[in-house]
Design a protein around this ligand. Structure first.
Ligand code: PMV
Length: 418
């Protein structure tokens, strides 16, 4: 049993966690096959600052949420007394939770606060979360939000002993982030929060503990958002109905996708010269099978066409039907070639992010000394971004994150410069 040491006084701290990319095995994973996912260097950031009163404030500028609660008005929750975390809805009582896109995020906050902090003497604080991840694009923006929130509240409750760096700390963060995912999504698989917590590459099979892959190589990729809205639910239903009609055929396809994921595991763990070429092969094969399942889209095929003309392999990532595609950037691709591809993709109206897969998981940094908040946040963002080995990329465009953090109340800023 963990004995919590409530932190009544604390210095501001910043938590960050990466998004995720499914590299291989989407859809098949739903039928018990293995999927491989990796962390992307685009991250979510939570800045936590103390307040002089007893209020807690949650600010999510990206989705226009700014709510404030008196700590005594928030429910005390015992997770073992709820049959599912989403039951938090029945316990919010008079606490005002807004309708709209931010509702789930606020409910998750209320749930985690109710479980982790409500029973302890807690001073007021403000949590401001910003994210560089596009929402609803299958890049795990919700999981990285839940990981930073869980880590922030666990840190405040005194339950993290090594600033989120030890195995025990990470396990705890992952468990609570999963509960947050359950508030938002009902029955998530758990792959997204595991990647956002541990970083690197994971092999995931339903009902089994995620397996960390021993890969020292971060992959250079392009993630292209088609901006075509997709419904994961409808796409899953489509695959299910095809399988109901042709069980033998579709089970064969799902088994082959599983074989692709298993090949990927050995490729990630090997150092051979032909690894990159083989990875390109299985990317193409996996996309072909997903297309057979009916989850590709004209926009995704266009991305494949453009990148193939530059000797790059692409596949859809996530549910498909639009959403995002991933493209492996070969190590011998010149900067000009990559820029060419990005320009052509942008010309089609797609949004293209150049990033790396396989960087660090959750990270916590504390403010020391009396630096002005903007300066400190900027230096921390630099340091936390460098945890996720980033090639020269659009990742540097985090000016918006810094300015959003600066909307924090004067009292919080004053505390930084005594
Ligand atoms: O695009 P996303 O993040 O909703 O990806 C869903 C991935 C699936 O394998 C299709 C479904 C799942 O729950 O694993």
């Amino acid at each position: 049993m963990v004995v919590a040491i409530p932190q009544t006084e604390f210095k501001p701290f910043l938590v960050s966690a990466p998004g995720k990319l499914i590299l291989f095995g989407e859809h098949a994973v739903v039928y018990g096959k293995t999927a491989i996912a990796g962390s992307v260097s685009m991250r979510a950031y939570a800045l936590v600052t103390p307040r002089s009163d007893s209020k807690v404030r949650l600010v999510l500028p990206d989705i226009s949420v700014d709510v404030q609660f008196d700590t005594s008005k928030l429910p005390q929750l015992n997770p073992s007394e709820l049959s599912h975390p989403c039951e938090v809805e029945n316990h919010v009582g008079c606490a005002s939770v807004p309708e709209g896109p931010g509702r789930m995020a606020v409910l998750t906050f209320v749930y985690l606060f109710g479980c982790l902090l409500a029973q302890k003497p807690t001073k007021g604080f403000t949590v401001c979360v910003r994210s560089l991840l596009p929402v609803g694009a299958g890049l795990g923006s919700s999981a990285s939000f839940n990981v930073v929130l869980a880590a922030a509240l666990l840190q405040l409750s005194g339950q993290l002993y090594k600033d989120g760096k030890s195995t025990a700390d990470r396990q705890l963060i992952n468990e609570w982030a999963f509960a947050g995912e359950q508030v938002a999504h009902g029955t998530p698989s758990g792959i997204d929060n595991s990647v956002a917590t541990y970083g690197g590459f994971l092999a995931y099979t339903r009902g089994q503990k995620p397996q960390n892959l021993n890969s020292s190589n971060a992959l250079r990729v392009l993630i292209t958002n088609t901006n075509v809205p997709k419904s994961t639910k409808a796409l899953l239903a489509g695959v299910r109905s095809l399988r109901d009609k042709h069980p033998q055929v579709i089970d064969g396809v799902l088994d082959t996708i599983h074989s692709v994921a298993i090949s990927a595991i050995s490729l990630f763990e090997s150092q051979g010269e032909d690894v990159e070429e083989k990875l390109q092969d299985i990317i193409r094969l996996n996309h072909g099978m997903l297309s057979t399942l009916g989850v590709s889209h004209l926009s995704l095929e266009r991305i494949r066409e453009i990148t193939a003309a530059h000797h790059m392999a692409s596949k859809l990532t996530g549910a498909g039907g639009g959403g995002c595609a991933l493209t492996l950037v070969p190590s011998n691709a010149s900067d000009e070639t990559v820029e060419d591809v990005k320009r052509m993709l942008a010309h089609e109206g797609f949004q293209c992010y150049q990033t790396t897969v396989g960087g660090a998981g959750v990270a916590i940094s504390h403010c020391v000394g009396a630096q002005p908040i903007e300066e400190w946040v900027r230096s921390m963002l630099d340091r936390q971004l460098s945890l996720a080995p980033s090639t020269k990329s659009e990742d540097a465009g985090y000016g918006g994150v810094v300015s959003a953090f600066s909307i924090l109340p004067d009292t919080a800023i004053a505390k930084l410069a005594p």
